[in-house]
Design a protein around this ligand. Sequence first.
Ligand code: R5P
Length: 300
Amino acid sequence: MTNDHDSLVSILALPGAARFSVRLARAMHVQASAVGYHDFPDGESYVRIESEVASHDVVIVGSLDHPNDKLLPLVFLADAARDLGARRVGLVATYLAYMRQDTRFRPGEAITSRSFASILSAHLDWLITVDPHLHRFASLSDVYSIPATALHASAELGRWIADNVSSPLIIGPDEESRQWVDGIAATARAPSTVLSKFRRGDTDVVESLPNLEGHRSRTPVLVDDIISTGETMIAAIRHLREQGSPPPVCVAVHAVFGDAVERAIRAAGAARIVTANTILHSSNAIDLVPLMADAIQNRQ
Ligand code: R5P
């Protein structure tokens, strides 16, 4: 999407993303269009695009946390934009759901990553998201058949840490976190280490002991892509505290967790919990609007 098309770009917000979409539109110097949503008493959804989108490049923006509630409104919105003459309809999913069930762990399970991706791919022309949980899939193109871009918030997380934590030690709670730990540590100009995690169930996580030798005077900063049940952070915090570490700062991209999880993480000994604004949450302190605005504008 080039500057030539700026006047023909419309930003449409998914439910819950109105403020984010206004800020994104402002950063891109384009129009944020109002969308009306309503739930009928029987649970069906009503969607109305309240401004002109004919010939526009439509950018739908929002988080896909609680995806079951948002998927149909998203499909209805994308189809309506196309019906109304939009030239292309893309999605900026600040949080992309259904990336973790990426294989059949037990016989008979649905591989929901694939099903979800095929639904979105059927209704959209392109996708941009940030730090999707890519574990067994090497890239989004393994499951999405439309052009799909994964942005990374490592630099933004690293800058927040550099500006707000004195003498940090960056700690990844599991091997999967190694992919972003190094980038965060480089931006924060800090040393780093990665723990080993063994998950025995949704809410039962065991961590290896961290090697803190040589870093005793530093502030531990646990970094992860997602905090959901909080068990990964809680297990890591407990082990750090048992090793005599000061209370760690917990930094994550996606705040999938609710209030009870936040209380449990604090009770385990977190000094602070900070997230990026990909999912609206009181812990949001790292702004990714500029990252996403640049990515949309640089689309070819
Ligand atoms: C897993 O590999 C991810 O990177 C996160 O560590 C995980 O999704 C966090 O989930 P929870 O908060 O439920 O432990």
